[in-house]
Ligand binder design. Structure first.
Ligand code: PHE
Length: 330
């Protein structure tokens, strides 16, 4: 076989080997030694040049040098290929390391608070109901015994959609819808969004959430209302929380009260809900006989409760979607 044929056959063998054989850095290195090492195939071809005639030698030298650079190049690119392919592959995988957890969302603190409120009341027999956020003046105000020129109807507080349609300012509108649609006894809580046209600050926002409660039956007493709300507060904030009932006024309840919780952070009482016995005038508006039926109602602010429970100092945190805030509720 001439030297030229031998060169050709080494080249072909090499091309077949490099294509199929090496799967690790070590195998490539072994292959490189076989071909380009000091005693490798290319070196032994070079040594055969000694037996060539002076005329044959220059050409043979050129072919051999070509082969040598060609092989060196191929090894280089094979090593590069392997480096890229192996990152994140077998070479870098340590199965004893803890895994990287995919990021998980968290429940929004308002949703979480609402769930707790719902759990507490449904476990003592309340049903859950919903009602409209856009309602007529009648259900939001008149039927609830608000006098014609009561300041709560003022533009200061109420978003009007039209002269007779409002974004509800409280969930109490659903008291009226429930009593219009069902005969007593009724016992519901009503979670939902409410709207008030107030200056936005750390303690008030144009939108917030309330949970209304209404219970109508024979022989419902104020003592029962106090008992249920005290039970709720202790479930929500723990048995040691300081709370008080403070006399108050609402057009649709008589007598009326508000419940305050003592905040050790702020060193002051914070109001969390309004309540009272359903005013007979409201029963008249929905066609319940107030000589037979009695009831109590309450309405609590979900943000206020969440702020107290989770020690949040600014109501605006609830609506900004800041992950640094939300991630604290995982
Ligand atoms: N609707 C009242 C408010 O928004 C709360 C309330 C509800 C008071 C039910 C009494 C009875 O402040």
């Amino acid at each position: 076989m001439s030297l030229k044929d031998k060169i050709e056959s080494v080249r072909n063998q090499f091309l077949a080997d490099i294509e199929s054989f090496p799967t690790s850095q070590k195998e490539i290195e072994d292959l490189r030694v076989t071909y380009l090492g000091r005693k490798g195939q290319v070196a032994s071809l070079f040594s055969e040049m000694g037996s060539l005639s002076a005329e044959e030698r220059p050409d043979a030298g050129q072919w051999l040098n070509q082969l040598k650079t060609e092989l060196a190049k191929q090894f280089e690119s094979k090593v590069d290929e392997m480096d890229q392919g192996s990152s994140g592959n077998d070479l870098f995988l340590d199965p004893t390391l803890p895994g990287i957890a995919p990021p998980l969302g968290s429940m929004h603190p308002l949703e979480r608070t609402l769930q707790e409120i719902k759990d507490i009341f449904t476990s003592i027999g309340f049903h859950i109901a919903y009602g409209p956020e856009i309602d007529d003046d009648y259900h939001n105000f008149s039927a609830l015994n608000f006098p014609e020129h009561h300041p709560a109807r003022d533009m200061q507080d109420t978003f009007f959609v039209s002269p007779d349609t409002v974004l509800r300012t409280h969930t109490s509108n659903v008291q009226i819808h429930l009593m219009e649609n069902e005969d007593p006894p009724i016992r519901h809580i009503v979670p939902g969004r409410v709207y008030r046209n107030e200056a936005i600050s750390f303690k008030s926002y144009c939108l917030f959430h309330q949970v209304e409660g209404i219970y109508v039956d024979k022989n419902v007493s104020f003592g029962e209302l106090k008992g249920v709300l005290e039970y709720f507060v202790r479930q929500m904030f723990g048995p040691k929380v300081k709370m008080r009932f403070r006399p108050s006024f609402f057009p649709f309840t008589e007598p009326s009260a508000e419940v305050d919780i003592w905040s050790t952070e702020r060193n002051q009482w914070l109001e969390i809900l309004g309540c009272g016995m359903v005013d007979p005038a409201v029963f008249d508006n929905v066609g319940y006989d107030s000589s037979i039926w009695h009831g109590y109602a309450f309405g609590m602010g979900v943000e206020r409760i969440a702020m107290l429970k989770y020690k949040i100092d600014d109501i605006r945190h609830f609506y900004q979607g800041d992950i640094r805030f939300l991630e604290q509720f995982k």
